[in-house]
Write a protein that binds this ligand. Structure first.
Ligand code: HXC
Length: 305
């Protein structure tokens, strides 16, 4: 292999071969944002390992179609799709009741519903900022509240799908970054408050994940800059973007028996990306030292910079 580029693992692989086939038999997962690329991948992996599932999305027809697709992953799997806006707390309570009626219980909750668009602060109206806060943060709160009675019965596990860009801040994402920071604080607090009931609360923070709506949107106007295509290690120590199946693996781990003592953490799934982003030396490192990058870097050029 020449240069730092590492090929993507095959997207046909749902998850690592590390997991036993029926570890989630008899378990039920409830997932908001479940029709989206990342969350449907998480649910598909859990269902393939024995779980049944209810997924929630705003577009009912689309969500039902995704549910039907997920169900194909395992013969006998029950996967229900609901049309529901997470900003509507009463509608969520009704959907949770229907889930329990049809599937009997809720063991795992994934709060994944997220609103997003790129905008400067200047271009954001008060209502636009509030809309994203309402979908991401208030929607997560509404979902936890609606599921809590069921999670208390099962000593359930909660995962919030967050992000990493609010660790450093991100241009054009001030609204989403603020919401994700709130979600992190919500999860940390629930970990302490609900821990005594046997409920764990954790965060999965994906970095840039290939072939998702978010990434497509981010690169729609510019494409992936040529130098990043040639040398992805400029941004990521592992030299590539993540995959949906790698987020699914982290989800399996946290919901599995192996994750039983993990509570109140943020599990970052980003190849080490965000750790590189706040230092000039880190940013320059791949340019200077990795194979295929510029040779014989003259440190003298930094003088006076
Ligand atoms: C500025 C915008 C805007 C934009 C909407 N608004 N889009 N402002 N730039 N591009 C403003 C509207 O003008 C309005 O404000 C307010 O937001 C609410 O708009 P509505 O259309 O009434 O709201 P609603 O239909 O409820 O929701 C709109 C939406 C939602 C938030 C854009 O449709 C959405 O999130 N769609 C994308 C879903 C998605 O892809 N989720 C995955 C996220 S991936 P005014 O003042 O006019 O009333 C992710 C990972 C990170 O989060 C990826 C990194 C990039």
């Amino acid at each position: 292999m020449s240069g730092p580029f590492v090929p993507f693992p095959s997207e046909n692989e749902l998850y690592s071969k590390a997991w036993a086939k029926d570890i989630f038999k008899g378990k039920v997962v409830f997932c908001t944002g479940g029709a989206g690329t990342i969350c449907s991948g998480q649910v598909r992996a859990l269902v393939s390992l024995g779980a049944d599932a209810a997924i929630v999305g705003r577009r009912e027809g689309n969500t039902r179609n995704v549910a039907a697709e997920i169900a194909k992953v395992r013969p006998g799997a029950k996967v229900i799709g609901f049309g529901c806006d997470v900003r509507d707390a009463d509608a969520l309570v009704a959907v949770v009741a229907e889930t329990v009626k049809q599937l009997g219980r809720i063991d795992f909750l994934i709060c994944g519903a997220a609103g997003n668009f790129l905008s400067t602060v200047e271009g954001l109206s008060t209502n636009a900022f509030k809309t994203v806060m309402d979908i991401d943060l208030l929607g997560s709160f509404n979902t936890v509240k609606a599921c809590l009675p069921e999670l208390q019965k099962t000593k359930g596990r909660v995962i919030f799908v967050s992000a990493t860009f609010h660790y450093t801040g991100a241009a054009l994402q001030s609204h989403v970054a603020a919401a994700k920071a709130g979600i992190d604080a919500l999860s940390h607090s629930l970990a302490i408050e609900l821990g005594p009931s046997g409920i764990t609360s954790n965060i999965i923070a994906p970095g840039a994940i290939a072939n998702t709506e978010g990434m497509d949107r981010l690169t729609a106007r510019t494409g992936v800059p040529e130098d990043l295509q040639k040398n992805p290690a400029r941004l990521n120590p592992l030299g590539r973007w993540g995959t949906v199946s790698e987020v699914a693996d982290a989800t399996i781990f946290l919901f599995s028996d192996a994750g039983r003592y993990i509570n109140g953490v943020s599990l970052v799934v980003d190849g080490g990306n965000w750790r590189t982003s706040n230092s000039l030396a880190n940013f320059l490192y791949p340019t200077i030292f990795l194979p295929g990058a510029g040779k014989n870097f003259d440190f003298g050029t930094l003088k006076g910079a």
